[in-house]
Ligand binder design. Structure first.
Ligand code: BT5
Length: 333
């Protein structure tokens, strides 16, 4: 199902047209091809071009060459996300909302109703964005990537935490691609730039008896916020790509990079196992080899982070030489 079809154009025609423009990239598409895609006469194709322009696309028309899209609407939409996707099969089904309680909630419902692997739910704003342990995730309008991805990996339940680590690697790579500074990962799910959190990940699982039905991966990336856009309590601990670089970013491009990196690592992971994720994760991890403090529900453990196990468990060696396995904790460095 494809949400957000055009008003002036039937949504399946619009989808095919935007797909064709996306595939063509910088190249022109001839009037003849557009006539074929839209099933209209050559003289009537301007109607379709006008409909795109009205929705905020900049369409360049050059005689004898045809048409190409040189600008997408500033406001995100399912169409603008679709246009940005490259080399991915993920994102074939896009559910986009201007405002929603939580994309996790929607995606969990969709997963329960048979949504396929690679389905994404994206919102411009979340009114009830959530983190782990019933914490809140601040998700204001027009600024960030608030997205949930449904996957259906063929792995035993105990390996599910590996997907959180895979997500962190894909997000780190997507961010690095846009700002050419490597962010680092703080176990298990924070991505930091200059010691401030720019991305959070929340993984939720639907399982039946001993097999995974689906995993819903929630990812929040702060993209275009200014410091004053954050509530006071977050200003010292959170940041955005804009704050760190001074640039503004098309959020669709960040979504596209994330899905591309996720899908390519996920393919290798499914064939060859966790080694690739573990190696990449440790290369981005700030904590490995450093002294850290892990606060679990029961205790505080201070020691050197040794790395992660194949189950995504963090290993810390304390001053007495005892190695602790950390399943869930908040980490300070
Ligand atoms: C997380 O939880 O970091 C997971 C966040 C996942 C958010 C995505 S957005 C799309 C999808 N839909 C949802 O409803 N959620 C997912 P945790 O490790 O528990 O961190 C939560 C803590 O991060 C909060 O208690 C704040 O201290 C801080 N925080 C809240 N909003 C933030 C923001 N926008 N940027 C940085 N830090 C934030």
């Amino acid at each position: 199902m494809y949400i957000q079809g055009g008003k002036a154009m039937q949504s399946h025609i619009r989808k095919q047209l935007l797909d064709a423009f996306a595939k063509a990239g910088d190249a022109f598409i001839s009037g003849q091809s557009i006539a074929e895609i839209t099933g209209s006469s050559r003289t009537a194709i301007w109607k379709h071009i006008e409909a795109l322009r009205q929705d905020g696309y900049t369409v360049e028309a050059v005689r004898r060459k045809g048409y190409r899209i040189t600008g997408v609407p500033e406001k995100m939409s399912a169409d603008s996300i679709r246009m940005a996707l490259k080399e991915t099969t993920f994102g074939e089904h896009i559910y986009y909302y201007d405002s929603v309680d939580s994309t996790q909630k929607v995606a969990n419902e969709l997963a329960g109703n048979g949504a396929t692997e690679g389905t994404i739910v994206v919102a411009d704003q979340q009114t009830g964005g959530r983190g782990r342990l019933a914490r809140k995730w601040f998700s204001p309008q027009n600024t960030g990537v608030w997205m949930s991805l449904i996957i259906k990996p063929n792995i035993p339940i105990y390996q599910a935490p590996q997907l959180t680590l895979l997500t962190a690697v894909a997000a780190a790579k997507a961010i690095e691609e846009h700002i050419s500074v490597a962010p680092y990962i703080k176990w298990p799910n924070d991505i930091l730039l200059n010691n401030k959190k720019i991305t959070g990940i929340l993984t939720e699982m639907q399982a039946e008896a001993d097999s995974i039905h689906s995993i819903v991966i929630g990812i929040g990336i702060n993209v275009n916020q200014k410091l004053v856009d954050f509530p006071e309590e977050l200003q010292t601990i959170a940041s955005s790509l804009h704050i760190e670089t001074g640039h503004l970013f098309a959020r669709e491009e960040i979504i596209s990079s994330f899905l591309r990196h996720f899908e390519s690592i996920y393919k290798i992971y499914q064939k060859e196992g966790f080694t690739i994720v573990k190696e990449l994760w440790e290369s981005y991890a700030i904590s490995v080899g450093k002294k850290i403090t892990a606060t679990t529900i029961n205790e505080k453990i201070v020691g050197i982070a040794l790395g992660i196990t194949d189950q995504g468990v963090l290993l810390i060696k304390d001053e007495q030489g005892q190695v602790h396995s950390i399943y869930s904790a908040d980490i300070e460095i």
